[in-house]
Each structure stands twice: as structure tokens, then as C-alpha cells.
Write a protein that binds this ligand. Structure first.
Ligand SMILES: *[C@@H]1O[C@H](CO)[C@@H](O)[C@H](O)[C@H]1NC(C)=O
Length: 350
């Protein structure tokens, strides 16, 4: 969720990929979502699948989200119900208890995140329950939102009449999702999503939240990767496609399927670094490199440097790496495994 300059170092990097990597260097700098501030453009590609000595992920003594999480969605703007059900099913797929999905499942993917603990030796919870949804169809804070205005959107959702969301500072987590026509500060230019915590002066309490924008219209080539590929950047990378054909989205919508991985990215980071004082690499807490930042663009074994890695293909050729409820399939990026000291996901072949 944050972009921090990091060195490219990968065994798989080859000379002939230099052109592609140059594009990716630029592109990953644009893609990585982050916590709060971010000024560093032109970062380099992040790929640590095979190299752990470069990563200095540290624990900074703050809490992780260890209690069962009540997740609340705020649908901001004009949402397509089909897209909403893809996202809802994804969120319903997290809890191991509710998991009726075959291996590797979303809950199996979440197991890597659960390896993180805080100073009380409490692991991140495996219990994420979608506990409420709010529809802000009237664009309560307009069609352009600054980063700080996301907190006002949460405030409106917990105070609206009728049907306010509960304000739950104990185990609440708020996920603000903006529709295709909503512009958000830095969206597409620097971030696809971010997480932070609310200020008591705006919302009344401190509670973690994340925002992710629907990218199908404004910047699919950036935020719905690898189902879309930036224009003017040449061929898609090897493994995403045959020739110039891009990987198809498993639930049929480039924007919603692309958001899934960004939502997963943000949930991994908000739970492991909810107050931005727990798990991150780098010396700058205003631009931390968090557990999903380390693995942006990696979805399977061998991934990195522009190759998504070994993922599954369904009968229509859509790419996915985990199963969800109701027979759904999703493609989610890997996260850093603190035990193996590399990016990892349940679809790993080794
Ligand atoms: C909790 O974290 C520790 C340290 O990473 C790990 O050994 C243990 O398996 C984790 N427990 C669960 C339930 O994930």
C-alpha cells in the first residue's frame, strides 16, 4: 500500500526483458497502493519471490487486527449490482468457518496474513464477517473525494438516517468503494486503493478503514492489471496472454475482478498495519512498504518482473488462483510470508 523505492533484484531478470522492465518500473510505481503520503515517482519494480535478503520487513510494536473483524462496506456512488455481488462473494470467502470453497481458497490465501502477530503474540484474525452495507447513492460528498474526505464519507454512513451503519471502534473495519464515475485524489495517478485510520475529530473514534476505487472505466490498464494492460506499453507480459490477448477476468468484469486483488491487498495491509505502526519495511512511516506492497504483480510461482506467475485457467481461459464461495474464482496477488521470507500464496507449486 505504499510505494517506496526498492531495488530490482531477481534471478529471473534477463537482459531481454529490459524494455519491459522499464515500463514496469514506471508502472509499478503508479500501481502500488499506499497508506498516506507518496511522493516518490518512478519507483522500481518489486519482486522478491526468490530473494529474501533484500527485504527488511520489521515489526514496530503496534497492534494488528487480532479480534474477529466486523467488516462494513460503504458503496459510494452508482454501483452495478452484478459488480457488487462479485465483491460481496469475495468478502464472504475470507472466513475459514464459512469457507465451503475447495483448495486453494480465499481463506487459504488469508492464512499467510494470519502469520503476523503483535507484541501480545496475537495473530491476525481468520474471522472476517461482512456485517453491514451502506449505499451512498446520493454522493454525499460529491463526485470528487480528497483522501481526507473518505473519512467524511464514513462519518455520513454511521450517522445517516435511516439505516446508519454501526460505529464500531472495537472490531469494525470500514471499506469505502467508489463507483466508476467518482474521482478520488491520487486515484489512477498514484494509487488504486489505500488504507488508514479515522481521526476522532472527523468520525468520533479511531477506526481502521480502506478505500478502493472501481477501475474499469478510469484506468483499467493500471488498476485492473492483469486483466487490462496499459495502452502504449507494447505487448502484455509473458504468461498473461497468448500474443497480444490479455488475460480474461474470472467473473466477467475487468473492473470488478481487478478490484478484488486491490481489496485483498488493502485488507492484508490494514490488518497487519492498522495504525501504521506495526508491520512494514523501510524507514519512513509516512511511506511504508507493507506486506502486500512487497508482492505487487505476483500471483503465482515464478511471478515477478512483469510475469504474473503460474496461475490457473478456467475453461474460457480466464486467469484465477483461488476459489471462493458459490463456485466463484478470483485472482489475488500474493503477500509476503514472514516464515518463508518470500511472497507466497496457496497456489504455489513449490
Ligand atoms: C500465528 O503466527 C505464528 C508466527 O508466524 C505462526 O507460527 C502460527 O502458525 C500462527 N497461527 C495461526 C493460527 O496462523
Amino acid at each position: 500500500m505504499s510505494t517506496t523505492t526498492t531495488a530490482i533484484k531477481t534471478k529471473k531478470m534477463q537482459k531481454q526483458h529490459a524494455h519491459l522492465l522499464f515500463i514496469l518500473c514506471f508502472w509499478f510505481s503508479v500501481v502500488a497502493a499506499h497508506s498516506w503520503s507518496q511522493d516518490k515517482q518512478f519507483n522500481q519494480a518489486k519482486n522478491y519471490e526468490g530473494s529474501s535478503d533484500l527485504v527488511n520487513l520489521q515489526y514496530h510494536m503496534g497492534p494488528v487486527l487480532a479480534s474477529p473483524i466486523n467488516l462494513y462496506i460503504i458503496w459510494y456512488g452508482n454501483w452495478n449490482p452484478t459488480h457488487q455481488s462479485i465483491i460481496r462473494d469475495f468478502l464472504h470467502s475470507f472466513s475459514s468457518s464459512s469457507s465451503s470453497s475447495s483448495y486453494p481458497s480465499v481463506a487459504d490465501w488469508w492464512r499467510t496474513v494470519r502469520l503476523y502477530t503483535d507484541q501480545t503474540e496475537s495473530n491476525i484474525t481468520g474471522n472476517i464477517v461482512l456485517s453491514g452495507e451502506h449505499y451512498d447513492t446520493k454522493y454525499s460528498h460529491g463526485a470528487y473525494l480528497s483522501r481526507l474526505a473518505i473519512q467524511s464519507v464514513i462519518k455520513s454512513a454511521v450517522t445517516s438516517y435511516p439505516r446508519a451503519l454501526p460505529l464500531n471502534p472495537h472490531n469494525g473495519l470500514y471499506l469505502v468503494l467508489t463507483s466508476s464515475d467518482v474521482r478520488v485524489q491520487d486515484f489512477c495517478r498514484a494509487v488504486c486503493g489505500f488504507h488508514y485510520f479515522t481521526f476522532p475529530t472527523i468520525v468520533g473514534v479511531t477506526v481502521p478503514y480502506a478505500w478502493v476505487g472501481y477501475s474499469g472505466k478510469q484506468c483499467p490498464g493500471i488498476c485492473a492489471y492483469p486483466f487490462a494492460w496499459p495502452e502504449n506499453s507494447g505487448r502484455p507480459p509473458p504468461g498473461t496472454s497468448e500474443g497480444n490477448k490479455i488475460m480474461a477476468a474470472p467473473n466477467g468484469d475487468v473492473g470488478a475482478d481487478g478490484m478484488i486483488s486491490v481489496i485483498a491487498h488493502e485488507l492484508a495491509e490494514v490488518t497487519s498495519n492498522p495504525l501504521v505502526n506495526a508491520w512494514y519495511a523501510g524507514d519512513d512511516p509516512t511511506a511504508p512498504t507493507e506486506i502486500a506492497d512487497l508482492c505487487v504483480g505476483v500471483y503465482g510461482s515464478g511471478g515477478g518482473g512483469g510475469y504474473v506467475g503460474k496461475v490457473y485457467r478456467d475453461s474460457r481461459g480466464s486467469g484465477y488462483n483461488v476459489n471462493g464461495v458459490k463456485g466463484r474464482r478470483f485472482l489475488v496477488q500474493w503477500v509476503w510470508n514472514p516464515v518463508k521470507r518470500r511472497c507466497f500464496g496457496p497456489n504455489a507449486v513449490d
